[in-house]
Ligand binder design. Structure first.
Ligand code: FE2
Ligand code: FE2
Length: 280
């Protein structure tokens, strides 16, 4: 295969009780059906609340299973819980092995690696980092082997949380420590990828669309497919909209397209929370 077309969706936050988010997912599904990429990757927060609602996870998977193309997934904090940081309050709920297993049982593998169009693609579970769970060390061992297999090929990394705001040595601030891969896991990851040609880091989690390069690495933050978070609740770093990202990989090029599906609406988080409150 000389060219590999990949569509990234993220932060779908699906649950039966959120008709607006379901409608946005259907608009995205129609777009994917019309464009038929080789692979769809959901970079996490696939479900609305995996730790308290197994049904959210089952429902989210059922909508993805209806897509006419292959899908891969990595978990988000809303699927399996969040990871501890060195500073700031501990995020709740904390990631657990039971919820990681639930994700793997109902949705799919939470970390993966494959080769296409001369690239090595790696998907990582970023929520277990700093957790002390046995799988944290297991995944780092697995990653070291997969990085060795890249063997000179360009690498594309998919991960729920961005590695950092602007630079690897950004100070970790208590108010934003849960937004990025926490230290010391961040430094360890950067060092592990230091000997390969890591060209793309595709993330989600922030619900903002961003695209920037640091040295030779391109960082693409996918927006949420479902909803945006207003400025009163979250600082504005980049573009707040719903949408998706399309990539074309070939041996000598990488193209990135910032796309909104026809009919996809900019639902605000207040609307989602109102639906949640109305249900209780
Ligand atoms: Fe999210
Ligand atoms: Fe998230």
């Amino acid at each position: 295969m000389s060219e590999f077309r990949l569509t990234q969706i993220s932060d779908t936050h699906l649950g039966r009780r959120f008709p607006g988010l379901i409608a946005n997912f259907h608009r995205v599904s129609e777009h994917i059906d019309a464009n038929r990429p080789d692979l769809v990757v959901n970079t996490g927060d696939v479900s609305f609340d995996g730790p308290t609602s197994r049904d959210d996870v089952e429902f989210a998977k059922s909508l993805h299973a209806a897509l006419p193309v292959d899908c891969r997934y990595i978990p988000g904090n809303h699927d399996i819980g969040d990871n501890p940081t060195a500073i700031g309050p501990a995020p709740k709920p904390r990631v657990t092995e039971a919820h990681r297993q639930q994700f793997r049982d109902l949705v799919g593998e939470d970390h993966w690696s494959f080769e296409a169009a001369g690239w090595r693609f790696i998907g990582l579970n970023s929520l277990v980092m700093n957790s002390g769970l046995a799988f944290e060390a297991e995944q780092f061992d697995w990653l070291a082997a997969e990085i060795a297999r890249a063997n000179g090929k360009p690498v594309a990394l998919f991960i729920h949380k961005p590695l950092f705001l602007n630079r690897p040595d950004d100070p970790e601030l208590p108010e934003t420590s849960i937004r990025y891969v926490p230290q010391p896991a961040r430094t360890r990851l950067i060092e592990m990828f230091g000997n390969v040609d890591l060209r793309l880091i595709a993330s989600g989690h922030v619900h903002q669309r961003r695209d920037f390069s640091f040295r030779h690495m391109r960082h693409v933050w996918a927006p949420s497919a479902g909803f945006k978070i207003n400025d009163a609740r979250q600082d504005r770093i980049a573009l707040k909209e719903t949408g998706l990202v399309e990539y074309r990989f070939s041996r000598d090029s990488l193209e990135v397209r910032h796309v909104r599906a026809a009919g996809q609406l900019d639902i605000d988080i207040e609307e989602v929370l109102a639906q949640l409150a109305g249900e209780c």
